[in-house]
Design a protein around this ligand. Sequence first.
Ligand SMILES: NC(=O)c1ccc[n+]([C@@H]2O[C@H](COP(=O)([O-])OP(=O)(O)OC[C@H]3O[C@@H](n4cnc5c(N)ncnc54)[C@H](O)[C@@H]3O)[C@@H](O)[C@H]2O)c1
Length: 333
Amino acid sequence: MKIFISGVAGFLGSHIADAMIADGHQVVGCDSMIGGSLDNVPGAIDFHQVDCNQFDTMVRLTADCDVVYHCAATAYEGLSVFSPHLVTQNVFSASVSLFSAAIHNRVKRIVFCSSMARYGVNQVPFRESYAAKPEDPYGIAKVAAEDVLRNLCGVHGIDYTIAVPHNIIGPRQKYDDPYRNVAAIMMNMMLQSRQPIIYGDGQQKRCFSFVDDCVYCLKEMAFSPKVVGETINIGPDEEFVSVLELAETIANLLQFNLDPVFVPDRPQEVKLATCASDKARELLGYRTSMSLKDGLGQMIDYIRARGALPFKYHLDLEIINDKTPKTWSQRLF
Ligand SMILES: NC(=O)c1ccc[n+]([C@@H]2O[C@H](COP(=O)([O-])OP(=O)(O)OC[C@H]3O[C@@H](n4cnc5c(N)ncnc54)[C@H](O)[C@@H]3O)[C@@H](O)[C@H]2O)c1
């Protein structure tokens, strides 16, 4: 099959591309390079450096494709209350552009990567049947993109499926990005012999999933007849850990003497966020094979091999006031 993947220079997009190539599919991909890395782009794909907002190019690139994976996004939940224009144009507008192009070309299926930010402050573990209650522009933009996808696919008769990945970790995740990826930021800081910075009291809790455990499910979402029109959480519901416990596990793996720097909470940060995995287990055969500790160990090996890096403040803050985390306004990372 011919598979189009947006955001293919990013973490998930590049792993999906590898899996598709390994299965003998032809892959076309795009990335605007607002994030990601060209090193992540598999050599065997037809790669185009282009923004999904360029509708005409999306129409050209998705022509003759069987499946469109939409992984591209500025996936910055915390930042989205300070840079809402930047985030929503790369989450909502970019999604509608690609969906429209894919439907114009009558692809067989669209697979959209949404986010657990869709659930907001719902009761944990988040279930797919819960009404979306996003708490910030990133989550609101993802839910709006989901709604447009459901609407357009219903009107025009195209199959779609919505993945809700959550806190996936592993090699290729950007670790010099100060706005996202808590585990990678902590590793990069500790490898520079710097104490990690924790927002609030560090008791906010998450489940982290290793990328290899998720890619199989994401791949199945393109082909399985059982998942058409479904929204499915992708990731584990075991090992619900606090950010402080995460820091302790990383410090133990690095034999680092931990004494974190605590800074005020970020506005709108959801305290408890984990997703039920029952639907993924039932429809996609999801299972957790990698423990959190072993997954973090693999990530550390990846970052060590490339070397710790200074953080790059590559995105502009649109709103700066007393609510803006000093980690960003004063570039503390
Ligand atoms: N990794 C996770 O734990 C996680 C959790 C929830 C949701 N998701 C979703 O999964 C998808 C992939 O996430 P990821 O972790 O691989 O992120 P990533 O940042 O590693 O990759 C996203 C890629 O999209 C590209 N991009 C951004 N805007 C673009 C645009 N307008 N046009 C073209 N390319 C653009 C970036 O340059 C980047 O390479 C995203 O949609 C994200 O919201 C991921």
